[in-house]
Design a protein around this ligand. Structure first.
Ligand SMILES: NC(=O)c1ccc[n+]([C@@H]2O[C@H](COP(=O)([O-])OP(=O)(O)OC[C@H]3O[C@@H](n4cnc5c(N)ncnc54)[C@H](OP(=O)(O)O)[C@@H]3O)[C@@H](O)[C@H]2O)c1
Length: 293
């Protein structure tokens, strides 16, 4: 049986590692990245072709995975000049793994279908470490048939792949995850600082929040050590969390649902961005709670 040819557009924190997993599975034929040097570096390191435009990547691929920052990035790579749509082959599948607005994703899926292809939204739960371990969860929105095709590819980079519903629903599911995560990490930062003000040692705070607490979680295991050591190297950039809560905010403004915790979290991440913390891991939200010198 001939192997499906997969192209990946977007070699950021997540896309680079997803592309590497697919290359290890023997499915990756090429990559595209806006900053071409990064694509060249990946191409040299892993022996796949670095394409200069998304349309050239699409022309060579049966399945195109996009893993990009936000709505603007995904629109530009799919429908921009020399975008995926210009090179899309009939029957090709676009798997967008970025976290973007459900409405944008539905619009793009309709455009892809009008060109004879298909598209799913396939946002991810789990961070760079989980991609390396092939342990991410992928939430898929699209038709049953498109989901089955996407699963054939995603199984090489994910542990759990769930069909949530039609186009857009993978993203709705992802947004409730990040609404919880955004507030939770602020609560963690607050309790780390509270523990310090009580005079508890770092090791007691660490044990408490990662092992003993009934509110411990994989997230507390990942983020509390970062907060205590001040290592804010990026797993998930703070600007992306702010972006996701902005999407939630826009979606609920049409529905009138009260979201007091998420609204407060959004304001706090906005303040953090004003302090220059956009590119740091979102655990750096702790810095807004520290008295500035
Ligand atoms: N990191 C995580 O733990 C995590 C977890 C779950 C979901 N996500 C979501 O996954 C997506 C990617 O996250 P990431 O952490 O991999 O992001 P990232 O490291 O910031 O990478 C972003 C990628 O998007 C490209 N890009 C940005 N703006 C663009 C534009 N206007 N046109 C074309 N390409 C553009 C960047 O290209 P350049 O190299 O040229 O800048 C880069 O390849 C985001 O939607 C994020 O919310 C991330």
């Amino acid at each position: 049986m001939t192997k499906v040819k997969v192209g990946v557009a977007g070699l950021g924190v997540m896309g680079w590692r997803i592309a590497k997993n697919l290359r290890d599975a023997g499915l990756l034929i090429g990559i595209y990245n806006r900053t071409f040097d990064k694509a060249l570096r990946f191409g040299r390191e892993f022996g796949v072709e670095a394409f200069k435009t998304p349309s050239e990547l699409a022309r060579a691929s049966d399945v195109i995975i996009t893993m990009l920052s936000d709505d603007e990035a995904v629109k530009s790579v799919i429908v921009g000049n020399d975008g995926v749509l210009n090179g899309l082959r009939t029957g090709s599948l676009v798997i967008d793994m970025s976290t973007i607005s459900p409405s944008t994703s539905i619009e793009l899926a309709n455009m892809v279908r009008s060109r004879g292809g298909d598209m799913v939204d396939a946002p991810v739960i789990g961070t760079s470490v989980a991609v390396e371990r092939r342990e991410i969860v992928v939430l898929v929105g699209g038709s049953e048939e498109a989901f089955n095709r996407a699963r054939e590819v995603l199984q090489y980079t994910a542990k759990t792949i769930v069909h949530i519903g039609p186009n857009g629903y993978g993203l709705y599911a992802k947004l409730i995850n990040n609404a919880l995560l955004g507030s939770y990490v602020i609560a963690l930062a607050e309790t780390v600082q509270l523990g310090k003000s009580f005079g508890l040692s770092d090791s007691v705070i660490l044990d408490l929040l990662t092992k003993l607490s009934s509110a411990r979680s994989p997230t507390s295991e990942l983020k509390v050590p970062k907060m205590l050591s001040g290592d804010y190297s990026v797993q998930f950039a703070l600007k992306h969390m702010r972006k996701d809560l902005d999407i939630v905010n826009r979606e609920v403004s049409m529905r009138g649902v009260p979201i007091p915790m998420t609204s407060l979290a959004l304001q706090l991440y906005r303040m953090a961005e004003r302090m220059g913390l956009s590119e740091e891991d979102f655990a750096a939200i702790l810095k807004i709670l520290i008295k500035q010198q």
